[in-house]
Structures are given as C-alpha cells and as structure tokens.
Design a protein around this ligand. Structure first.
Ligand code: ZN
Length: 55
C-alpha cells in the first residue's frame, strides 16, 4: 500500500510506515467488510428481480 504521508510503497500488513514512521489507520479491514455487506444488501433486490424476470 502507498503511505499517505511520504507516498512510498509500504508492506500491506505494516502498522507503521518503515520510511517515515506514519501510523496507518487500523480500520481499513472493517470498512472493507462493511462495504461488502452493504454491496450484498444492495445487490439482493437486483438478484430477486432477475429471478422474477427470468422465471
Ligand atoms: Zn511513509
């Protein structure tokens, strides 16, 4: 991932940037999980509609 502080490439699992010691926010994973859940909830009516249209 790219460090927002120094714009250098840091390891994805790093807690802090090895170059500038920037502390990465830890909420990225839960935000991703929330986004996936939201996407599934939004997609569900679409799947139901396709099911209705295709029989
Ligand atoms: Zn950095």
């Amino acid at each position: 991932m790219e460090c927002p502080s120094c714009a250098l490439e840091a390891p994805d699992d790093a807690e802090t940037c090895p170059y500038c010691n920037y502390e990465f926010p830890r909420q990225k994973r839960s935000v991703m999980a929330m986004a996936i859940v939201m996407a599934l909830l939004l997609a569900w009516p679409v799947f139901k509609l396709i099911e209705l249209l295709t029989g």
